[in-house]
Write a protein that binds this ligand. Sequence first.
Ligand SMILES: O=C(O)CCC(=O)C(=O)O
Length: 282
Amino acid sequence: MTTAPQPKPEPAAQYDVAGIMGAIYSDGITGFKEAFSREWVAQLGEDLTGLYQQALARPSGAVGRGTNRHYVEIHPEDIRGFVELVGNPWIHAVCEAVLGPQYQFVEIGFDVPNPGARDQPWHRDFPATAQTLVERRLNSLAFNLTTVDVEPDMGPFEIAPGTQWDDPSSYDHGMFPPTSLYGRYQARSQLKMPRMGDVSVRSALTIHRGTANQSNKPRPVLVLGVDAPGAGNHEKHDFQMTRRFYDSLPASLREHLLCRLVDQLEPVVQGHTIEGLMMGDA
Ligand SMILES: O=C(O)CCC(=O)C(=O)O
């Protein structure tokens, strides 16, 4: 007897939409363990290592984010696993739950806190807009994938849950709270120790920082930025791909790409500089 093929479950049925929305709107961060295989992540790690070397060799290829730390924006087709990454059903479900069915990928890059990196100042990645401050809506998300198993001495990512709703009127550039507020973040602090294959997602407005890397190993982490329509974060980035690569992608993915199409890839002019992080550490 043959069995009829099962219909692909809709993300809403497969994942707990209310749970995902609840986490992003309450803690401002959530995650999914073992979303990718360790082999897939090892391949991503190899790709990022090569891209980091190329970026360091190019003028303005890597943006400073404090002592011994960089951010590098890359082209989707520079990594072998881009289609699996953005096609991941949990990532899709989170985007659809929080940002709606017309969500758009607008950024791909990676952070590298190297040995000797110090505590960053607590910060947001960009200032909150009226959609959050007045309408109380979160219209963008940042997914993070570590390419290494994070140990406590490797400068884990630290976050203060719930602070995506904090009033930024005393913040420098709308992103850097005064040190008088640091006790609030310290009291809520969670240090994240993901393993290869785990994915987290957060509002970039939830106050966070990279901590001091006291090990002898870098801690590269991929960043995937996603917007609801109209959020406008694409203006800070150069999400660029060749027409050939774009045409090779499934239509169901193309509709979620807010990108610039080119004949030949151009070096990304790093737009997402965070001045307060380039200037120094905490
Ligand atoms: O160290 C990390 O994982 C995040 C660093 C960070 O928040 C930044 O450079 O903006």
